[in-house]
Design a protein around this ligand. Structure first.
Ligand SMILES: Cc1cc2nc3c(=O)[nH]c(=O)nc-3n(C[C@H](O)[C@H](O)[C@H](O)COP(=O)(O)OP(=O)(O)OC[C@H]3O[C@@H](n4cnc5c(N)ncnc54)[C@H](O)[C@@H]3O)c2cc1C
Ligand code: FES
Ligand code: FES
Length: 466
């Protein structure tokens, strides 16, 4: 049993690996020690590497946290580490800018910064746009001023770099995989039929998408599943359709792909484009999927509040049947969902017409790349005399699951969208919410934040045309 992958232009055959071995550990073990392990949980970006993904007929580069990629999940991939970015002995522009601006002291984080900047440049971003790519990279000793200066002076990447020339041809095909390492197996079917056969033969198997959640469990809590069944090769989970009735989003698309697809259509659901920067970092968004986020049913997951107010429905599929459930009926309790054994989320449907005003607010300790304490998704349509014609409010971080707050919605229906009505709704929140109380926020704090977010939504939309 073996698989191949390409690292820095050289083909490698993996015949055996340590149980739990990650792509990061592998590239370092074969001498590409530019990528470093800082946190092993996707938070610091020191382990960033580039891999090639499909873009139309050609390819694109993605910076990904290699600590969150089990080695088998990199099978058939084409990967580049920082060690390969100098072209014919000349430092690439990102490396040169960091050197010249004094953006590196101990150098531990530097390869990660360079990889993120290079990926941004390969997306035709320069200067301040490239800077945004760095929100998942941490530096402990240099300080960010010189790193920011390095990013801000970056020009568009020249077409003559060997990696940019590489993007003119397609990426390698992922292909099916069946791999064992110690007591762990990793299966990657490329057709639904094979997926069901594999799942029937391995009832202990767990679905794996971008593995940003699962790899943290593996790396830090040493949780092993006897069998991972990867969904990355299944085309049905990667569809994206914008039709007259609504939009359908493949549950396995990475958030980055989704953001790009939404950018290509004329009338995307409101609120979604503004939501992406609230979610983790670009590195994580390059891997994380909507399906994975909803399936975890985390009370502070960021997709649920927004999708709840967009009235999203989930298409669930098992070998026996396909069914559709509303997202509000999907969350049953703390990390409990309506998924039956052997069932998976294929897609998320958002019906049209969309509400005219949609917002997402997230309160966390940091502005980017942090776990939500309280979040609010809100959708609003106003009728004549600016009375509320449609209002949906969904909160994260105030209960054992993400939830719509129908009592507050009802209290505001047909009311003028004015402060007195909001004051009454604040009281309804007080009576109907019993927030969780933990180290991230006391129940009283969470309640106050939830009330204030509702008020903020009102102030921000008070004068908007409907
Ligand atoms: C550094 C870091 C920052 C993060 N920041 C945020 C954040 O800001 N907001 C936030 O909400 N989350 C955040 N997360 C959590 C995580 O990235 C998301 O939950 C992500 O969307 C999970 O998607 P995935 O594809 O990686 O799922 P995976 O890790 O592959 O899977 C997660 C779970 O979902 C199941 N699953 C996956 N796909 C399907 C499917 N199609 N059908 C049924 N079950 C499925 C898996 O079996 C598993 O139980 C962060 C994680 C990290 C490591
Ligand atoms: S080691 Fe920190 S993100 Fe991978
Ligand atoms: S240069 Fe030392 S951590 Fe960034």
């Amino acid at each position: 049993m073996s698989f191949s992958l390409s690292i820095n232009g050289g083909q490698r055959i993996v015949k055996s690996s340590e149980p739990g071995e990650t792509l990061l550990e592998y590239v370092r073990s074969i001498g590409f020690t530019g990528a470093k392990e800082g946190c092993a949980e996707g938070e610091c970006g020191a382990c960033s590497v580039l891999w090639i993904e499909e873009k139309d007929e050609n390819s694109r580069l993605r910076a990904i946290p290699s600590c969150l990629v089990p080695l088998a999940a990199a099978a058939n991939r084409e990967i580049y580490t920082v060690d390969a970015l100098a072209d014919q002995g000349r430092l690439c522009q990102a490396q040169r800018a960091i050197v010249e601006e004094g953006g590196s002291q101990c150098g531990y984080c530097t390869p990660g910064f360079v990889v993120s900047l290079f990926a941004a440049q390969s997306d035709r971003k320069d200067g301040s746009a490239a800077l945004e790519a760095l929100s998942g990279n941490l530096c402990r000793c240099t300080g960010y001023r010189p790193i920011r200066a390095a990013a801000q002076r970056l020009p568009l990447l020249g077409e003559d770099h060997f990696l940019i020339r590489r993007l003119a041809s397609p990426p390698p095909r992922l292909g099916p995989l069946s791999w064992s390492s110690g007591s762990e197996r990793f299966l990657r079917p490329t057709r639904l039929e094979t997926l069901w056969e594999m799942a029937a033969r391995s009832p202990e198997g767990r679905w794996a998408a971008g593995m940003t959640d699962l790899s943290v469990e593996r790396n830090l809590r040493f949780q092993r599943s006897p069998c991972w069944i990867s969904l990355e090769g299944i085309p049905e989970l990667r569809r994206f359709r914008d039709g007259a009735q609504g939009i359908e989003i493949g549950a396995g698309l990475s958030l980055r792909e989704l953001e790009e697809r939404l950018g290509e259509i004329r009338n995307p659901p409101p609120g979604l484009q503004e939501w992406f920067p609230h979610f983790a970092s670009p590195l994580i968004r390059n891997r994380a999927s909507l399906g994975g986020n909803l399936a975890t049913a985390s009370p502070v997951g960021d997709a649920a509040p927004l999708l709840l107010v967009l009235d999203a429905r989930l298409v669930l599929l098992s070998r026996e049947e396909s069914r559709e459930v509303s997202l509000s009926a999907f969350f049953l309790g703390y990390r409990k969902t309506a998924l039956r054994p052997g069932e998976l989320i294929v897609s998320i449907r958002i019906p049209k017409p969309y509400p005219s005003i949609v917002r997402f607010y997230k309160v966390a300790k940091r502005q980017s790349d942090d776990i939500t304490i309280v979040s609010l998704g809100a959708a609003l349509d106003l009728g004549p005399a600016r009375r509320v014609r449609l209002l949906r409010l969904a909160f994260g971080g105030v209960a054992d699951r993400p939830l719509r707050l129908k009592a507050a919605e009802e209290a505001l229906m047909d009311q003028p969208w004015e402060l007195p009505a909001i004051e009454r709704a604040r009281l309804v929140l007080q009576e109907s919410l019993s927030p969780i109380d933990d180290h991230r926020g006391s129940a009283a704090y969470r309640l106050a934040v939830a009330q204030n977010l509702l008020e903020k939504f009102h102030w921000q939309t008070r004068f908007l045309p409907n």
